[in-house]
Design a protein around this ligand. Structure first.
Ligand code: PLP
Length: 465
């Protein structure tokens, strides 16, 4: 760890403020406060440009699964750059790492999911899933199958199409979205289920929502259902037991394809390389992934299709017609080399086994925060967790958004050496998967202090009693 003031923080701060457009920015506070400049890293820690060290409870952005500072990753990446930094994968061209990573993903993905299309991130992976599904049904002569069902509070990306699949109303404010062929059904948010309803009844209702929507649109018009195994950015919503299996059965019944968006959940976060089959007991037709595929060291995303889909899309078309989907950086050699090394590390160190062992401890320890008057819910699984802050635990009523409760708690945590992600009234935790139990204790103790300090502030400011 260095933290030796090698960076001119003020100058970097000024450059950023003047020239960088940040994703998901609140310009009102950004223009006053500017950015925290993260400059170095090691293991589960990041260090800012002034040398302040933080335990990274965010895992970069749900992605640094193997942790920071892996020499092996640096070597694999630099070796590939020296050998061949880039070559196209268009038409009949490929590079050794792209071919090997495709085969490796096919080996890891469930059953018939054997065909991989590479992009550069999660949005592109979902965009690819939808384009290819449209193409698939067109080729089958089922041109009417165009409607897509997604879920309120689902997050699928930030391109025009994937933001339209996204069901977080807040994310749509001020931007245009596609409305004519994308439909949202309610999220299976157990914490917010109607009073007096059992979890089983709630699950029945959420499953019925999908079937009713398919019937309303007409099964002959519905192409696919897209869902995250655990909804991430929408609030770490863990579905009731059986939900995925049952929604998948509904999809099968009506010839609707199931796209499992595993951009966050794949590569160990839930203790498995892919969560759909081993954790949630269903085999989707398409899995999309990104983030943990390289642990964020370089950008990469992948869309993995079933044999059934591949067998249709790969039938040669009329002479001269191509499968016209692809990006300059599809299967980028350096990204694929990083992906291979990253997966090798996850397997060799049995990081999935570590998550399965330590994840329940994380869940248990974090749940102890429920004794705090402002903590309404602690939920999630393994290394994908969240704390929901409320004004009133009985009614589950929220504090007004302008209180920025999530930001306040995150700021107190940051002052104590812990990065947690504020998401409106929530604080999300998706740390590197290599955390020890001591580091988990640090997260929980720091959060307790930070939430307590925040409650004191709210009382002092007359915002909460
Ligand atoms: C479930 C899910 N899908 C898709 C995306 C989009 O991925 P990217 O930001 O790499 O485009 C994200 C990003 O957080 C995500 O959480």
């Amino acid at each position: 760890m260095k933290g030796d003031k090698r960076f001119d923080t003020q100058e970097l701060w000024r450059r950023d403020l003047k020239h960088c457009i940040h994703p998901w920015t609140d310009f009102s506070t950004f223009k006053e406060e500017g950015s925290l400049i993260m400059a170095e890293s090691e293991g589960a820690y990041v260090v800012d440009s002034d040398g302040q060290r933080y335990l990274d409870g965010i895992g970069g952005l749900w992605c640094v699964n193997i942790g920071y500072g892996r020499e092996e990753m640096a070597e694999a990446i630099s070796e590939q750059i020296r050998r061949l930094p880039y070559f196209s994968t268009f038409t009949h061209l490929i590079t050794p790492p792209a071919a090997s990573l495709a085969a490796k993903l096919a080996e890891l993905a469930p059953g018939p999911l054997n065909h991989v299309f590479f992009g550069t991130g999660g949005s592109m992976a979902n965009e690819t899933a939808i384009r290819v599904i449209q193409f698939y049904f067109n080729r089958l002569g089922k041109e009417n199958k165009k409607q897509i069902i997604a879920r309120t509070d689902g997050y699928h990306g930030s391109t025009y199409l994937t933001m339209s699949l996204t069901g977080i109303g807040f994310d749509h404010i001020g931007f245009d979205i596609i409305k004519d062929f994308i439909h949202h059904i309610p999220a299976p948010n157990v914490y917010r289920r109607p009073q007096g309803m059992t979890v089983e009844e709630f699950c029945d209702q959420k499953v019925a929502d999908l079937e009713n929507k398919i019937l309303e649109l007409g099964p002959e018009n519905v192409a696919c259902f897209i869902a995250e195994p655990i909804m991430g950015a929408g609030g770490v919503i863990v579905p009731p037991p059986g939900y995925h299996r049952r929604t998948w059965e509904i999809c099968k019944k009506y010839d609707v394809l199931y796209v499992s968006d595993e951009v966050v959940t794949a590569f160990g976060r839930l203790g498995e390389m892919f969560a759909s089959e081993p954790v949630f007991k269903f085999t989707p037709d398409v899995i999309t992934c990104a983030k943990g595929i390289t642990s964020g060291y370089v950008p990469l995303g992948a869309t993995i299709f079933s044999d059934e889909i591949y067998d249709v899309i790969s039938v040669p078309q009329e002479k001269g017609c191509l499968f016209t989907h692809g990006f300059t950086y599809s299967g980028h050699a350096v990204s694929c080399a990083a992906g291979l090394k990253n997966i090798e590390i996850i397997e060799r160190e049995d990081i999935c086994g570590h998550v399965r062992e330590v994840g329940p401890y994380f869940e248990e320890r974090l749940a102890t925060l429920l004794d705090l008057p402002i903590v309404g819910d602690v939920r999630g699984k393994d290394f994908m967790m969240c704390v929901e802050n409320v004004a009133n635990k009985e009614t589950k009523e929220l504090l007004p958004p302008e209180v920025k409760i999530g930001n306040r708690i995150a700021a107190h945590s940051q002052n104590r050496g812990l990065m947690v992600r504020p998401l409106a009234h929530l604080n999300v935790l998706s740390p590197p998967l290599i955390l020890s139990k001591d580091q988990i204790d640090f997260i929980v103790e720091t959060l307790r202090e930070s939430i307590t300090a925040t409650m004191d502030d709210l009382v002092k400011e007359g915002l909460w009693k």
